[in-house]
Design a protein around this ligand. Structure first.
Ligand code: UDP
Ligand code: MG
Length: 330
């Protein structure tokens, strides 16, 4: 029989301000789903502490002590949202039939979980949470986010529009994800590549419940850049095309120069010379940078360093034979 154990995986980085509310709402939601017999009583809420420097981990430990519905994974240090998520999913997959990843700050509407679970029960392996509007975002965030999706599409990465990392994945989908052994992880791009039946569920994205965004502009740019360069070699192709284009232009320019020389109007055009030096220098540096970025990726992939190290797991999910589930009814 299908057991439908659900694990909600929540990466947390310095989230002590929102954790009490997030845990309360998630627990309420899971209890509700358990009562409706949609999910198994052994379902859990798994907080992944991404090397927070505040009391996030102590809070997770306390939650776990008070109620085993909460479980926790502590990473050895801060590794970033994507790696924290991956650490949570690869831990949860040992216990769960389906996993939902969501942010700790309650921007992802908890009520979308019902529909995600329904879709899973209908047979979908991946259910993407897609935000219905971005009205609550600042103009800047909205603008940069939309630009990001457009760029990604243009660069050939197959990503779901307006989907952040709020999604349900079945166990076999997460097992598929584990087959992707790359170090430069960008989940939004990888998950569509796993395949299996998928669908989307709309939800309204709220404002951060409390605290500040842990994604300042600097991290956002790094994230976008990583996303593009992990998924496509189009930027390199663009550089090649740019190089070809400039070569053609410079050839025409050469002919023109010769003609002018033969005609006898030589000294002239200091400004055009300066401009072309600067522009060409800039383009060359940019192109070198992009190529360097790819070489950097190759470098970190060949080293095969671990994306995260798990310091501790708090979970009494165990396996069925041990029979130590306080919530078990069947
Ligand atoms: N996060 C994390 N590690 C980090 C940065 C963020 O685990 O280094 C988590 C954070 O706790 C939150 C999620 O990633 O649950 C999304 O972060 P945030 O809400 O700050 O980003 P935004 O919604 O502003 O893009
Ligand atoms: Mg947020």
């Amino acid at each position: 029989m299908k057991k439908n154990i659900l694990y909600v995986v929540v990466p947390c980085y310095k989230e002590e301000e929102v954790l009490p509310e997030t845990s309360r709402r998630l627990k309420e939601k899971l209890n509700h789903l358990m009562e409706k017999k949609k999910i198994d009583r052994r379902s859990r809420i798994m907080f992944v502490n991404d090397g927070s420097t505040d009391h996030t981990w102590e809070m997770i430990e306390k939650l776990h002590e008070e109620d085993p519905i909460f479980s926790g994974v502590n990473l050895s240090r801060n590794r970033g949202h994507q790696n924290a998520l991956l650490a949570g999913l690869t831990t949860a997959v040992n216990f769960a039939d389906m996993m939902i990843s969501m942010d700790a700050d309650l921007q992802d509407d908890v009520n979308a979980i019902d529909e995600m679970v329904d879709r899973y029960l209908e047979g979908f392996d991946v259910v993407y949470g897609v935000r219905s509007s971005r009205e609550k975002d600042t103009f800047f965030k909205r603008f940069t986010a939309e630009l990001f999706y457009k760029m990604m599409r243009m660069m050939g990465a197959d990503i779901v529009f307006n989907h952040a990392d709020y999604r349900l994945m079945s166990r076999r989908a997460v097992e598929g994800l584990q087959e992707f052994t790359e170090v430069n992880i960008f989940l939004r791009g990888i998950v569509p590549q796993i395949g299996y039946p998928w669908c989307t569920v709309e939800y309204e994205r709220a404002e951060r419940f409390a605290g500040e965004s842990k994604y300042p502009l600097k991290k956002m740019i790094a994230f976008a850049f990583d996303g593009i360069t992990s998924f496509s070699i189009k930027p390199i192709r663009l550089i090649t095309m740019l190089g070809a284009g400039i070569s053609v232009v410079s050839f025409l320019f050469l002919i023109w120069t010769l003609v002018i020389k033969i005609a006898g109007y030589t000294v002239q055009g200091w400004s055009s010379l300066m401009v072309s030096i600067w522009i060409l220098g800039g383009i060359q540096l940019l192109c070198l940078g992009v190529i360097g970025e790819y070489i950097g990726k190759i470098y970190s992939e060949t080293k095969r360093r671990p994306s995260f190290i798990i310091e501790r797991v708090l979970n009494d999910g165990g396996n069925e034979e041990e029979g130590k589930f306080p919530y078990q009814v069947d």
